[in-house]
Ligand binder design. Structure first.
Ligand code: SME
Length: 158
């Protein structure tokens, strides 16, 4: 859950840090650090970039993961791209098609990053939580706003 006040204050800080940080990956990492600091239910949060049928891990905050390359269609991340839909998973233990990053993860959210002009999927923001049902529609709405701030970095370069 992200309250409206927390979400809007955090978005303002994210905009500031993106503007103040040179370099695309450094700017995205700084923004993800703000998210992880302010929203403790985000135990892992990162960006995957889509490149010819494959998701490539970009900046992230949390434990290193072996899933640095995920084919479209695999796992929660690849499913989001295949279905062109955000994913909010209350309990990952109910899924057959799940790629575990941490044995402690119970819930996961994936929100797509799209080119604002064309709607083309550029990548995604992925987050893991340790509690069942950690993420809801307010997290999805918040991450959509974050994704909209990231999209220009991936469409125009820096
Ligand atoms: N759980 C994801 C893999 C990425 S990790 O959570 C960082 C999935 O099933 O696609």
């Amino acid at each position: 859950m992200v309250s409206p006040d927390t979400g809007s204050a955090l978005l303002a800080r994210i905009e500031d840090v993106i503007a103040a940080t040179p370099g695309r990956d450094a700017a995205v990492l700084a923004a993800l650090r703000l998210v992880a600091e302010r929203l403790p239910h985000y135990r892992w949060v990162g960006v995957y970039l889509l490149d010819v049928g494959m998701l490539n891990l970009g900046p992230y905050v949390g434990e290193p993961t072996e899933h640095t390359l995920i084919p479209v269609g695999q796992g929660v991340c690849g499913t989001a791209v295949a279905l062109k839909q955000n994913q909010v998973v209350s309990d990952v233990r109910t899924l057959d098609n799940y790629l575990a990053c941490s044995a402690l993860t119970r819930s996961e959210i994936v929100v797509l990053i799209r080119d604002p002009a064309t709607g083309t999927i550029l990548g995604q923001i992925d987050a893991d939580g340790h509690e069942v049902g950690a993420f809801d529609a307010s997290d999805e709405a918040f991450l959509e706003q974050v994704a909209a701030r990231f999209a220009p970095l991936y469409t125009h370069g820096r």
